[in-house]
Design a protein around this ligand. Sequence first.
Ligand SMILES: Nc1nc2c(ncn2[C@@H]2O[C@H](COP(=O)(O)OP(=O)(O)OP(=O)(O)O)[C@@H](O)[C@H]2O)c(=O)[nH]1
Length: 389
Amino acid sequence: MKLMVVGCGQCGGRIADQFSKLNRVAHVRRGVDIATNVVAVNSDVADLSGLEHIRADYQHRILIGSQKTSGHGVGKINEMGAEIARDDGDKLIEAIKNTPNFGETDAFLLIAGAAGGTGSGSISVLSQQIKERFPEKPVYNMLVLPFAYEEATEERSVFNVGICLKSCYLVADAIFLVDNQRFIKASHSLRANLDKINYHMVKPFYNLLCAGEEKNSKYIGSKVMDGGDIIQTLSGWTVIGFGQAKTPNLRFSRNADFREQSSEVRKGAEAINAALADLSLRCNPTDAKRGLYLLTAAQADMSMDLINEMSGALKGMATEATIRTGDYPRGDKTLDVTVVLSELVNSSRVMDYFSKTISYINNSRRRQSGLEYGFRGVEDSFKDIPSLL
Ligand SMILES: Nc1nc2c(ncn2[C@@H]2O[C@H](COP(=O)(O)OP(=O)(O)OP(=O)(O)O)[C@@H](O)[C@H]2O)c(=O)[nH]1
């Protein structure tokens, strides 16, 4: 599957930068492309200059809103991020149209930090513009949720997240949720943490996108996970994770005794559990209506028993989900698994942001007018959260 990746704002740009690197790795090591193009959109010149892998020209590092921000960002005011995207979104559309192999794009992936200004404000507006211009291709979002310290110190962050989540939900076909706080290493610097999280977020996509692009018959799976399977799985709130288990040196063979084989098979469940523990946002798998897993391992390590065990392990957790599976005979010594859980209902984290956003709005109104606004419950008040569209 080939994505057109658009990083919005600093956070989105940096994660898109990792996708650009991943695409080069796929090209060099596997002879396949998994992105038709990777671009960054920002209102801040310095953020664009800090990127390492995205091509350094105005068609790939796209400056928006320079008349209003003089190239210095929007200072976390995501309404302004939305406004400059409405004004300058045609620059992105132009860059997309000029992509030489645009026709090979299976879907768009737009990425942003939900708590910021430029990315948080522009992502839904740009997604809508892309949907209007290229209605035949799905548009996915990846939203990065802030660290706990940001929520505690900057009330505006939570408000930004709330209206970004709502606006993206109204336009995107699926939204990958990523929790910065989940992968934090307290002893590491902020920059080291961000780099690690960014790498961590793109890693599960590597095998998933490569599997359906393979041209070498040696690496074509028995059940190929192609773009169609992924597109059919992605809907609404979505999480992704990567798990791994070491394969013992004993390969499946007629000579391996029962105990050896069952220990190999257990490795499959171990890899699935590792992927579930690694999901980009903590969630209850029973909330997922759709899911998939891709097993990547040496051909000799993939037995029917192993696949059965893995499918059973995932279905045992995601009991309500229709699960698609695929195998990708690449690799050695490890079983690598990418798990996607999608169409999550009742995401408590999302509901929590909506509820906090409503409190923020009510408090602001109270401060401004002295009026009392009672809390009316999340579902009733969803419409009170402004949309950027
Ligand atoms: N995972 C990750 N999160 C990041 C990164 N950079 C910023 N963030 C998070 O993104 C949010 C802030 O968004 P930014 O992308 O910095 O803001 P922006 O969209 O550039 O908007 P302005 O700077 O206000 O114009 C915060 O929650 C940060 O913790 C990054 O490289 N990786």
